[in-house]
Design a protein around this ligand. Structure first.
Ligand SMILES: C[S@@+](CC[C@H](N)C(=O)[O-])C[C@H]1O[C@@H](n2cnc3c(N)ncnc32)[C@H](O)[C@@H]1O
Length: 471
């Protein structure tokens, strides 16, 4: 989940002047931490050079040791906190130091929310050149634990024992996760039991280097609204030895499961799922609801990981779109169509565009399941299809965009500035690309409101819904 410090592209000190010093690996220093970076690390300056320190908090004075020196930045390991931030708290997770899943459990939750708002403000000041960007306080969770509906844990062997979890930060070492504070308990319980049964039956674990063995990944998913659960075993082979006993044991120890499926991925790849999925027992899907909408989630179908916050996020999108029932709305980068379906009852017509054909198939099924006759979905690139439609005279009133972390393609920005919908609602998971894209759209649009939503508490991620109105 974490990305490297290299992704933080602008390394200049705030006054823009160049660093004055050379650092060496192993060097120790005292630093005052000024802010948090986009990956949750503390940022300090040592003689003008930017230094990223994992687990250091803004306002703290720390001792650190340099671990890496690059031309424009350095990274350092936290040795000691000399002056502690009032926001520092004890991480409840027993494997927090090793696991690569969370990066902010050492920070009080209220302070996390405030720092996410600050990150968005800072990005808009820096990249969109706005002095006072209209950024609201981050919408958080009342209980920011147990929020993830899917555990996707790699399986491996250590000292003869089967382990399943996430990789240690920056390594290929698996951290065995018996529990996980941010996962829904149903998902970790399924993984724990699956691990036991696989171990007891002696089913071989896949070994990446030798490319031998069977079980690669265990995926457990729970539908929050219905309580239905699914276990997917991703295997390197078509056959699973002792599969009948495996299914029997899983069913007797996990009676709440409604779906056990196998996905085959024989490739040498870090992509989790392969192309073939087959039922081992029960239904091939679980039923989930979000607000008024219903979904059938097959093993590979995309669904937002934090349903409670997704509801709030989509409500913010709806509020920003301000629909009256007469609008043509485009939902660009629509995934499986959930935003389109959330908004379809309030618009005249909704058209979604998505690159991945399977996601569009799911979107169409979801539209049918939810009787959204005014929603259509198209496979294609937003930056190609939208200009093409514009040439054919299609004039949307509202355009919602929800791009990947890389932000909007320049061709799409040009098209938006030509087509000039009355409103653009920009849903973003990356404040830097959001701010850069908004900077370009300001040529014809006014930024009215930015609403950060905390989709992944205790990580550095922040999602935003921004409303741009045609000037
Ligand atoms: C952040 S997700 C959108 C999720 C969706 N709106 C939802 O709420 O579930 C971004 C989506 O954009 C799609 N995508 C990436 N590049 C694209 C492009 N150039 N045109 C259209 N879709 C694209 C990805 O396949 C992915 O489904």
């Amino acid at each position: 989940m974490k990305s490297s410090a290299k992704q933080q592209k602008d390394f200049r000190p705030r006054d823009g002047k160049q660093p004055e010093t050379k650092l060496t690996v192993g060097q120790q220093m005292t630093l005052t931490i000024k802010s948090l970076g986009i990956n949750g690390e503390g940022i300090g300056y040592f003689k003008r050079k930017i230094v990223f320190v994992d687990k250091a908090l803004p306002g703290e004075v720390i001792h650190a040791q340099v671990t890496e020196v690059k031309e424009k930045y350095a990274t350092a390991r936290l040795l000691k906190v000399v002056e502690k931030s009032p926001a520092r708290t004890k991480a409840p997770c027993p494997v927090y130091e090793e696991c690569g899943g969370c990066s902010l459990q050492h920070m009080d939750y209220k302070a996390q929310l405030a720092s996410k708002q600050e990150l968005v403000l800072e990005s808009l000041r820096k990249y969109a050149r706005l002095e006072t960007p209209p950024v609201a306080p981050t919408i958080g969770m009342d209980n920011p634990w147990g929020y993830r509906n899917k555990a996707q844990f790699q399986v491996g062997k250590r000292d003869g024992k089967l382990v399943a979890g996430l990789y240690q930060t920056g390594t290929h070492q698996l951290v065995d996760l018996e529990t996980c504070q941010v996962q829904h308990e149903a998902t970790t319980a399924i993984v724990r039991t699956a691990k036991q049964v696989i171990q007891e039956l002696g089913i071989p674990v896949y070994e990446e280097r030798k490319r031998t063995g069977v079980i690669r990944t265990v995926v457990a998913r729970v539908a929050f609204a219905t309580g239905e659960t699914q276990l997917t075993l991703v295997t390197a082979t078509n056959e699973i030895p002792r599969v009948k006993e495996l299914v029997m044991e899983l069913r007797s120890r996990l009676p709440e499961l409604v779906s056990i499926v196998q996905n085959v991925n024989a490739q040498k790849t870090s992509v989790i799922f392969g192309d073939t999925t087959r039922e081992l027992w029960g239904r091939p899907y679980i039923a989930e609801k979000l607000g008024e909408l219903s979904f059938d989630l097959s093993a590979r179908a995309f669904f937002q990981l934090n349903p409670e916050q997704t509801h709030k996020l989509y409500d913010e999108v709806k509020k920003a779109a301000g629909l009256t029932g007469s609008e043509l709305l485009l939902d660009l980068y629509c995934g499986t169509g959930t935003i389109s379906l959330w908004l379809a009852p309030f618009a005249r017509e909704v058209r979604g565009i998505e690159l991945i054909p399977e996601a569009v198939e799911d979107a169409r099924k979801n539209a049918e399941r939810n009787q959204a006759a005014n929603a259509q979905f198209h496979v294609g690139r937003a930056e190609v299809l939208m200009p093409k439609w514009a040439k054919q005279g299609v004039k949307p009133d509202v355009v919602v965009v929800d791009p990947p972390r890389t932000g909007l393609d320049d061709a799409l920005i040009r098209s938006l500035l030509e087509v000039m919908p009355k409103k653009i609602v920009y849903v973003s998971c990356n404040p830097s690309t959001l701010a850069k894209d908004i900077g370009k759209l300001l040529a014809k649009y006014e930024l009215k409101h930015v609403q950060p939503v905390d989709m992944f508490p205790h990580t550095a991620h922040v999602e935003c819904v921004s409303l741009l109105k045609l000037k």
